[in-house]
Design a protein around this ligand. Structure first.
Ligand code: C2E
Ligand code: MG
Ligand code: MG
Ligand code: MG
Length: 292
């Protein structure tokens, strides 16, 4: 019923339109309740070094559970943005991720250089953000160096001046910044050079097409060259296959994220995986010491 041709757009009483609007209001109302009731979960997806698959960091990805079903961020984040709820939700994700990483750091489960990344929506870019971030770091005792914030090119474009101000302020404080979904937006070379960011994330749409699509390969190659040239970390998103991983390594990419390594995990599963890695490392070290 959706594909009815152009005329359909003008029919205001189209049932789908009504459904869409009420779906939206419905989600917005439920978002509010969910925040109060604690129906969100913060999951973590590892960021890995491609050469040895070691987890050097993680990205926090919010999950919304209603009963047995999960609602995808793509369905509720835009609504949370429009309604302003993203500020509360974003603060909650930041708090969850930072406090958990701080605990694991204290327990020695992760090293001092392990960084957690939290996504930022456009509506969060304002002077209040820097106060919020500092308050969370203060309460959780997480050092600012252990936190990264991910912003997209679209977010920067929406409000370049304010974004620059917020980045400069937080970066002066030690927080890192990553440019998310890189390659899909319109960041100019001069902008990229003057923005104080630490990492670019090659969008998964390019990674998905590797290695068969020569155009994607050319784009990925130039993004890696660009990032390396500007002394930025370059991480490839959405790596699903060994073939993609090998192609990226051949192009000089050293960092990655994707289902090949792990999807985003609840804290307890993430913690178990960290503990297993630590045991494997210890066994390996002992083997090296005693095995000659
Ligand atoms: P993103 O920041 O670019 O996050 C990467 C998305 O790719 C995540 O989807 C992740 O689950 C997915 N992904 C990771 N590896 C693979 C892979 O190998 N294959 C495929 N097909 N997908 C992979 P997710 O969790 O559904 O999040 C979608 C987007 O929603 C995120 O894109 C981000 O823009 C937004 N988002 C998620 N959590 C938050 C949040 O806490 N705050 C804000 N502001 N935005 C969030
Ligand atoms: Mg991200
Ligand atoms: Mg991304
Ligand atoms: Mg994205």
């Amino acid at each position: 019923a959706r594909r009815q041709g152009r005329g359909a757009c003008l029919r205001i009483y189209e049932p789908e339109l009504g459904d869409y609007a009420s779906d939206r209001i419905h989600i917005e109302e439920n978002l509010r309740k969910a925040l109060k009731l604690g129906a969100f979960e913060c999951h973590l997806q590892p960021k890995v070094r491609l050469e040895n698959r070691r987890w050097f960091g993680a990205e926090a990805l919010v999950r919304w559970r209603i009963g047995d079903t999960w609602i995808a961020p793509s369905r509720f984040i835009p609504i949370a943005e429009d309604s302003g709820l993203i500020k509360d939700l974003g603060r909650w994700v930041l708090w969850e991720a930072a406090s958990r990483i701080a605990i694991w750091r204290r327990e020695g489960l992760i090293g001092k250089d392990f960084r957690v990344a939290v996504n930022l929506a456009g509506a969060q870019i304002e002077s209040e953000l820097s106060r919020t971030v500092r308050a969370v770091l203060g309460y959780t005792q997480l050092p600012s160096r252990a936190l990264m914030l991910e912003i997209t090119e679209t977010v920067i474009m929406q409000n370049p001046q304010e974004t620059r101000k917020v980045i400069d302020e937080l970066r002066g404080f030690g927080v890192g910044f990553a440019l998310d979904d890189f390659g899909t937006g319109y960041t100019s070379m001069s902008q990229l050079q003057s923005l104080a960011i630490d990492e670019i994330k090659i969008d998964q749409s390019f990674v998905r097409a590797l290695p068969d699509d020569p155009n994607s390969e050319a784009i990925v190659r130039s993004l890696i060259t660009l990032g390396n040239g500007l002394k930025l970390d370059v991480i490839a998103e959405g790596i699903e296959t060994e073939v993609q991983c090998a192609a990226l390594m051949k192009l000089g990419c050293r960092l990655g994220q994707g289902f090949l390594f792990s999807k985003a995990l609840p804290f307890d599963s993430f913690e178990r995986a960290l503990a297993e890695q630590r045991e494997a490392d210890a066994a390996h070290e002992n083997g090296a010491r005693f095995g000659g």
